[in-house]
Design a protein around this ligand. Structure first.
Ligand SMILES: CC/C=C\C/C=C\C/C=C\C/C=C\C/C=C\C/C=C\CCC(=O)SCCNC(=O)CCNC(=O)[C@H](O)C(C)(C)COP(=O)(O)OP(=O)(O)OC[C@H]1O[C@@H](n2cnc3c(N)ncnc32)[C@H](O)[C@@H]1OP(=O)(O)O
Ligand SMILES: CCCCCCCCCCCCCCCC(=O)OC[C@@H](O)COP(=O)(O)O
Length: 377
């Protein structure tokens, strides 16, 4: 192991990265809160400011992936579609099998200049996660309870609000609705069988209602669906902790641009279209598993320096007062103050560890792992 790699695996480095993330995040959340009155006066300006504030948070995680771990990303796509990426609104459909798939998604957003404005249909529980979840309120992220009766109205309304969004955005939809586990796969294939649908080897059966409602409500706003399939080379399954430890990976993303007009408007036809799409995704995955690549040409959109510059800015701003505080603490010699500070640091570390836990599949929800009564009609 080289010196740099050894340094990256040190707990103190992780503490510094997490300290900067947590405290800058809370400062930014506070700044976002301060923009609330502006929404009443100039909504578009408030949105633009929040896009930049949001970027200051999410790009720190991108910096950890791109600059700390040095993870590389290759894009397989049609060269004719390439110039459109980042220059139009799009709905991104992505497979949901990896703990850091959202982070790789963010990396591509960063490289195409839509990181601050990128959106997702996220489970409601994530809105309570400090920093990220709180930031999402101000970015008009669409939350769902994964209970269609409640979601159908709220999701449609939130999507309608995006009609006049002032910046290009990608709207991410994990149609599988939850991360893939063997149990969830088995249950969802039973559902597939009961519906007379072909079985999928690498994906859960897609949930079609969220896709239909998104396509319907973003017609005229989004130009296309980007069907995206993500994999890591050598069958790796990276975690956020691996990234913090500075481990390098190579992500491969296959993207097909599908014009929104080509997607059926009728709900049943749209559902059938999505099931067919997932059967195709399964075959791309099979191709990748067999050959280690996707069909078609590749490009490697370069990483940009902004995420690193942003991190360095916040690090300078926050580490200097931290250094002063530690020096003062030590020179004070007060055991009580030192103990209180250690307790505060431990609480902050546990808080960040809990946040990292949100990305771990082993701690995931039980959504989709209950056997459902089969209805063979
Ligand atoms: C050029 C580069 C291109 C791309 C770059 C890539 C990406 C970058 C883009 C953007 C990045 C932006 C942000 C990323 C940052 C962070 C994201 C992090 C995480 C958030 C993700 C989540 O939270 S995922 C969970 C929430 N989202 C979803 O669930 C979406 C999918 N779900 C739906 O659409 C659902 O329909 C619903 C949520 C709207 C409603 O759910 P509900 O369960 O109530 O209803 P359903 O209709 O789904 O369920 C009933 C029907 O389903 C059948 N059923 C029952 N059991 C199962 C089963 N186990 N599997 C499948 N189907 C099942 C049941 O029979 C019912 O069938 P019907 O025939 O009646 O429909
Ligand atoms: C700079 C790095 C510092 C690290 C600090 C930690 C930050 C933690 C960020 C938490 C971001 C949360 C995003 C989680 C995305 C995710 O993958 O959600 C899972 C859902 O889709 C489905 O959930 P489930 O049904 O449980 O599979």
């Amino acid at each position: 192991m080289g010196v740099l790699q050894l340094l990256k695996s040190q707990f103190v480095c992780h503490l510094v990265i997490c300290y900067v993330f947590l405290f800058s995040g809370l400062v930014i959340n506070l700044l976002q809160l301060c923009t609330l009155p502006l929404w009443l006066v100039d909504k578009q300006l408030a949105r633009r400011i929040n896009v930049r504030l949001g970027y200051c948070i999410s790009s720190q995680m991108v910096a950890a992936l791109e600059w700390w771990s040095g993870t590389e990303c290759t894009l397989y796509t049609d060269p004719k579609s390439f110039p459109l990426y980042g220059n139009e609104n799009a709905i991104v459909v992505l497979n949901h099998s990896f703990e850091i798939d959202f982070l790789c998604g963010w990396t591509f957003c960063e490289r195409f200049g839509v990181l601050g404005s990128s959106k997702v249909l996220a489970k409601k529980e994530l809105s309570y996660v400090p920093v990220i979840g709180w930031m999402w309120y101000f970015l008009e992220i669409v939350f769902c309870k994964r209970k269609w009766e409640e979601d159908r109205r709220t999701v449609a309304q939130s999507l309608q609000n995006l009609h006049d969004y002032p910046e290009n955005f990608w709207f991410l939809l994990y149609c599988e609705g939850t991360r893939l586990t063997p149990k969830k796969h088995q249950v969802s294939m039973q559902v597939a069988e009961s519906k007379g649908l072909p079985k999928l080897k690498y994906h859960l059966l897609p949930r079609t209602k969220g896709f239909w409602v998104t396509v319907q409500n973003l017609r005229g706003t989004a130009a296309a669906v980007y069907d995206s399939t993500l994999n890591f080379r050598n069958n790796e399954t990276p975690t956020l902790l691996d990234i913090l430890n500075g481990k390098k990976y190579h992500a491969d993303l296959y993207v097909r641009r599908i014009p929104l007009e080509s997607i059926p408007e009728d709900e049943a036809e749209c559902a059938a279209w999505l099931h067919k799409l997932y059967q195709e995704k399964d075959s791309f995955q099979e191709h990748y598993t067999q050959t280690g690549r996707y069909p078609g040409p590749t490009v490697s959109p370069p990483r940009r320096p902004w995420s690193l510059i942003n991190w360095l800015f916040w690090a300078c701003l926050l580490l200097y007062p931290l250094g002063l505080l530690v020096a003062q603490l030590i020179s004070s010699g007060s055991i009580l103050t030192i103990l209180a500070s250690v307790a505060l640091c431990s609480a902050a570390s546990l808080g960040v560890r809990w946040m990292i836990g949100q990305t771990e599949i082993g701690r995931g929800s039980s959504y989709g792992d209950k056997e459902v009564p089969l209805n063979n009609n």
